[in-house]
Write a protein that binds this ligand. Structure first.
Ligand SMILES: Nc1ncnc2c1ncn2[C@@H]1O[C@H](COP(=O)(O)OP(=O)(O)O)[C@@H](O)[C@H]1O
Ligand SMILES: [Mg+2]
Length: 537
């Protein structure tokens, strides 16, 4: 059962689960993509927040410094007086204690703060414009693009960019000219409210990238596990479904088998019942025949022996009468008395002499025929040997023919075409019954007058005996039913429909086969095949 090709139901379930698997995978894939996108957006958002924070602080500090017009710091090697502020009065001052201080403008302050930030955590800040006061403060390529976009009205720009071989998250905002700015930048023609440049913050992307990667890996791993779990679950469900389907199919098959068995048993029962019926009938007929044969045999015995004696006595008597006759012819001088003469005249002696032996011979012949019939009955009934034995099939056929001769006599001419058959080990009473059934069917199929051909032969390991008639034939629609018990096309009283079913059973029990060919209107030929075997086999 398990090796059977998949049933339609099986295939439906397989296909359904394949689709479920595909849908499940698609859903999980979409979820994974969505969650990846979410993670990426969140990372981007947090990088941007941190850059914005930095920008914001830069602007606040710069504003603070601008508000105070710059701040004074001690002059050091790193912070020498600013040559750009050479024109500014009190650029350098000396404290009462003699320390030299120099003025630092907001831009310079920012620059120095950015340098510290860059050293500490790699972040970069830059305040620049398309027309910087200091050439060293010029915008790089990315910043230039951003500044140009601000002039077109954009309010900020953020993207990833490479700086010195490293990836940075860069954010840039325009710087709007405030009153405090004019002090230094008025000579460039800026007025309050103008976009005079931009401030950018660049923070290293690597930490964010690392966090993003590990987050993505975690998410993907989780999705993969859920996906696998789903698939395994589906597989499990599919397997148990298929199993229960298979169990159901098996139960169904078992049920069908039981059903078929029941039907077969039923048929067998009907057959054996009919066979029982028939064999009982046949046994009764056989016993009757055997009894009759036995009873008739006795009188036949003494009648036949009496007839023998009677012939002899008659012969003697007639001889005596003839002697008297001869003597009276030789002695005409001694005439018979009147009574004798009268008696002699009343009898036709010549006729008696001629007819008595004839009558006796006819009676002997008749008795011979009666003996023959009785022998046929005995042979047919086989009361003396109802057992399996090596049998001359042709002798059996002949004895059966004797039994039905009366039926055949006026309806069919019998043609015999017997081959040389070996003795066959079989149950002769049963085989005779087969012949009887076939012969009776053949006779009954002939409407007015026809021919029945009996033939036999040997072929390989089998012998065959056929009964062929020139009768009505069998309609094709009936051909496959004729061996069924109780199937008959004959009117009630004429047919029981049992003959062929019994025949079939007997032939089966003998390990043989029965075949039939028939042509409606032309006739039918039944052929019985029996294995060629002897008792030893
Ligand atoms: N030699 C035959 N010619 C035509 N029909 C036959 C012949 N033998 C059998 N049949 C058909 O097969 C049926 C079944 O035969 P059988 O079992 O002997 O039952 P029955 O003779 O009682 O009808 C017959 O009724 C008849 O229709
Ligand atoms: Mg019959």
């Amino acid at each position: 059962m398990t090796n059977n090709p998949l049933s339609v139901e099986d295939r439906k379930i397989q296909r359904g689960f394949l689709w479920l698997g595909i849908c499940w995978s698609a859903v999980l894939l979409l979820l994974a993509l969505w969650s990846g996108w979410q993670t990426y957006s969140a990372t981007w958002g947090s990088a941007r927040a941190s850059a914005e924070e930095s920008l914001h602080k830069d602007v606040i500090y710069r504003r603070w410094a601008s508000l105070h017009g710059g701040i004074y710091v001690p002059v050091t090697g790193q912070t020498p007086p600013n040559p750009d502020l050479a024109d500014t009065p009190e650029r350098d001052i000396v404290t009462p204690s003699g320390r030299l201080l120099t003025l630092i403008n907001p831009a310079y302050m920012n620059r120095q703060a950015h340098e510290i930030g860059n050293k500490e955590n790699g972040s970069r800040g830059h305040i620049t414009s398309l027309t910087p006061l200091r050439a060293a403060n010029a915008a790089d390529a990315w910043e230039s693009q951003a500044l140009q976009s601000f002039q077109r009205g954009e309010t900020d720009r953020a993207s990833l960019d490479e700086i010195e071989g490293q990836t940075y998250f860069r954010l840039m905002r325009p710087l709007i000219t405030e009153p405090a700015c004019v002090k230094c930048h008025a000579k460039q023609g800026y007025r309050v409210g103008d976009v005079r440049g931009g401030i950018s913050a660049s923070i290293p992307w690597k930490p964010y990238q690392d966090a993003l990667r590990s987050q993505l890996i975690t998410n993907l791993g989780g999705s993969f596990c859920i996906w696998m779990l789903g698939l395994v679950g589906l597989r499990q469900v599919r397997r148990s479904l298929l199993e229960s389907l298979r169990e159901r199919q098996q139960a169904q098959a078992a049920l069908q088998a039981t059903n078929a068995e029941l039907k077969a048993t039923n048929r067998q029962l009907a057959e054996s019942q009919s066979q029982l019926l028939q064999s009982e009938k046949m046994a009764a007929v056989g016993q009757l025949a055997a009894g009759v044969a036995h009873e008739i045999n006795n009188p036949i015995g003494f009648v036949s022996s009496n007839l023998g004696s009677l012939s002899r006595y008659a012969k003697d008597l007639l001889g005596l009468v003839q002697a008297y006759e001869a003597q009276s012819r030789e002695r005409p001088d001694v005439p018979p008395g009147p009574a004798l003469q009268q008696a002699r005249a009343a009898v036709d002696l010549e006729f008696l002499q001629e007819d008595i032996p004839k009558l006796l011979q006819e009676s002997v012949d008749g008795l011979g025929r009666v003996k023959h019939i009785v022998q046929g009955l005995k042979d047919f009934s086989r009361v003396d040997s109802d057992q399996w034995q090596e049998t001359d099939l042709m002798a059996g056929l002949e004895s059966t023919l004797n039994v039905v001769r009366n039926e055949l006599k006026y309806k069919a001419e019998i043609v015999k075409d017997y081959g040389q058959l070996p003795l066959v080990y079989c149950n002769p009473a049963q085989i005779n019954q087969v012949f009887l059934n076939l012969l009776m069917n053949a006779v009954q199929s002939i409407e007015a007058h026809g021919r029945i051909t009996l033939a036999s032969g040997v072929e390989a390991q089998r012998v065959w005996v056929s009964v062929e008639d020139t009768g009505a034939g069998i309609a094709p629609a009936h051909l496959h039913r004729i061996f069924e018990p109780f199937f008959t096309t004959k009117p009630v009283g004429q047919g029981t429909g049992l003959g062929l079913s019994i025949t079939y059973d007997i032939v089966q029990q003998h390990g043989g086969e029965i075949t039939v060919t028939s042509e409606p209107g032309r006739g039918t030929r039944f052929c019985v095949w029996l294995p060629k075997r002897n008792k030893v086999d």
